[in-house]
Every structure is written in structure tokens, then in C-alpha cells.
Design a protein around this ligand. Structure first.
Ligand SMILES: [Fe+2]
Length: 277
């Protein structure tokens, strides 16, 4: 293969040791895409990648999505430098997948660490293929039939239980409407993953108590250590995660500490599909 991989945990995460030139020339595209789907998270360390090279690397894996006027988004939580972005940061302390409100959520993101938090700030990933695959078949068949309502407001209210008008103007129902998705995503590959997160407000068709209990039970499953990989950032780390088969969260950290990551988001390539649709 011309490169080496190191398993980070048995069920999720691999470190890839490959020369930078090989990552940038696209010769590993096929094998890295397959590995990303299989392992959920790929780590590249010690490469000294520049911003331009990060973007070039992203282009070998997919199509960078132009967001907020750029292909490379600065993920900063500095309340002074970015008061609006910081409003969203604390919501990322809870499990979610990106682009919850879209039918074609991002395929993946390529993150490059520029400044790390002195305490906390690790990113934790859960393998939502593995959680589903381990469920008893009877439960899989039941979950296959269900739909969940997701909203940004649900996750934000876990941080801000009494939001201001300004906050609601950013992430309230009027700003980012709730979206209904199947609870299980049947991918074009045929594999299935749970499509879950702390953005879930309820399960369609269930009584509130039953719905709350099911949401909690599924999310509690994701807390089992065997499904998790927690990444301790080092400056210069490049990490790619499959946004369609994992969910992620950030370990709380001081929002003023200067933590800064650069993100290249790769556009989604397949719509969310229910089982048997
Ligand atoms: Fe995220």
C-alpha cells in the first residue's frame, strides 16, 4: 500500500502514516475513502501541513463545500473575536453530526489543529455504524421503522435553558427549523448506521414519555467506551472524520483560551435514506 496504519481503538479510529506528497497527489484517494468509512476517524500527525495543503488534501477526498465565504473555516471559540460563533461552541459539547438540518449532510471534515486548549478541547467520536450493528436484530428492525425530529434549539437548550432573544434569533426554531430524519440511515453501500445526536427532540409517533426514554437509551448506548475515540489534539494534527457514520462532541474547555482549528468540510454525496426506501 505504501503507507502504514495504526489502530487507535478496536472499533473506531486509525492513524495513517504516509508521506505528505502521497496524500496531496491523490494516489491514496480510493484506499483512504474506504478506510474512512471503515474506521470513522483518520489521524495524520507530524506532517506540517499548510492551510493550502489542507485544502488540497481535502480535494483529493471529496468536494470542499464553500461556507461563510471560504473553503477553510476557522473554528474558534474566542468570545471576543467571534461572539456569534462562540454562541454555538458550547452546543458542540454534546454529541451531534454536522448539518443535521440537511438532506445531504457533509460527507466528512478535515480538521487541522493550529492552537490547542491547555485543558479540555479534545474531540470525541462515536461510531454509529458499530452501535447499530451490535443491537439485537429485533431492536434493529424496530428502530428501522422510526423517525426522529432534530433541531439546533434542542442541543442549545442543554446549555442555555433560558435563552435570550438574540440567541433564539441565531438558533431558535424560526432561524433553523427542526428536521425529521429516519433513525437509521441505510447508506448506498448497504450498511446501516444510527442517525442520532443530542439534537433529537423526539421520536415521531411515540408518546412523550416513551419517546424521551428511547432517545435517552440510544444516546446512553453511545457512551460505551468501545464505541468511542477521544482525540487529544497536538498542534499540526490533521484529522478526518466520516460525518455520515460517526457523531462527535468537544470536551469542554475555556472559550477564551485561543483554541483554533481549521476546517475543510466535504460536501455530502448521498442523501439520508430510510431503511427500505
Ligand atoms: Fe460539529
Amino acid at each position: 500500500m505504501g503507507f502504514e496504519t495504526v489502530t487507535l481503538t478496536p472499533r473506531i479510529g486509525s492513524q495513517v502514516k504516509a508521506p505528505l506528497a502521497q496524500l496531496l497527489d491523490g494516489s491514496l484517494t480510493g484506499v483512504l475513502r474506504a478506510l474512512l468509512e471503515e474506521r470513522g476517524v483518520l489521524l495524520f500527525r507530524g506532517l506540517g501541513m499548510t492551510d493550502e495543503q489542507q485544502l488540497q488534501f481535502g480535494k483529493t477526498l471529496g468536494t470542499p463545500r464553500h461556507e461563510h465565504g471560504t473553503d477553510i473555516t476557522k473554528v474558534s471559540s474566542d468570545k471576543k473575536a467571534s461572539p456569534i460563533f462562540a454562541e454555538y461552541t458550547q452546543g458542540t459539547f454534546f454529541f451531534h453530526f454536522d448539518d443535521t438540518y440537511m438532506q445531504y449532510p457533509a460527507l466528512a471534515s478535515v480538521l487541522l489543529a493550529r492552537t490547542v486548549a491547555p485543558q479540555g478541547g479534545q474531540t470525541e467520536f462515536a461510531n454509529t455504524y458499530a452501535i447499530y450493528e451490535d443491537l439485537p436484530e429485533e431492536e434493529q428492525r424496530y428502530l428501522d421503522t422510526l423517525q426522529a425530529v432534530h433541531s439546533q434549539e434542542t442541543i442549545q437548550r442543554k446549555v442555555f435553558s433560558d435563552p435570550t432573544k438574540f440567541q433564539l434569533s441565531l438558533w431558535g426554531e424560526g432561524a433553523i427549523p427542526a428536521t425529521t430524519h429516519p433513525l437509521v440511515w441505510q447508506h448506498q453501500s448497504g450498511r446501516k448506521s444510527l442517525l442520532i445526536g443530542e439534537t433529537m427532540s423526539r421520536i415521531v409517533g411515540l408518546e412523550p414519555e416513551e419517546s424521551d426514554a428511547l432517545v435517552r437509551r440510544i444516546l446512553d448506548l453511545a457512551e460505551r467506551p468501545e464505541y468511542l475515540y477521544r482525540h487529544d489534539w497536538q498542534i499540526g494534527d490533521v484529522l478526518v472524520w466520516d460525518n455520515t457514520g460517526t457523531m462527535h462532541r468537544v470536551v469542554p474547555f475555556d472559550l477564551d483560551c485561543g483554541r483554533e482549528l481549521l476546517r475543510v468540510k466535504l460536501a455530502g454525496e448521498e442523501p439520508i435514506m430510510a431503511v427500505g426506501a
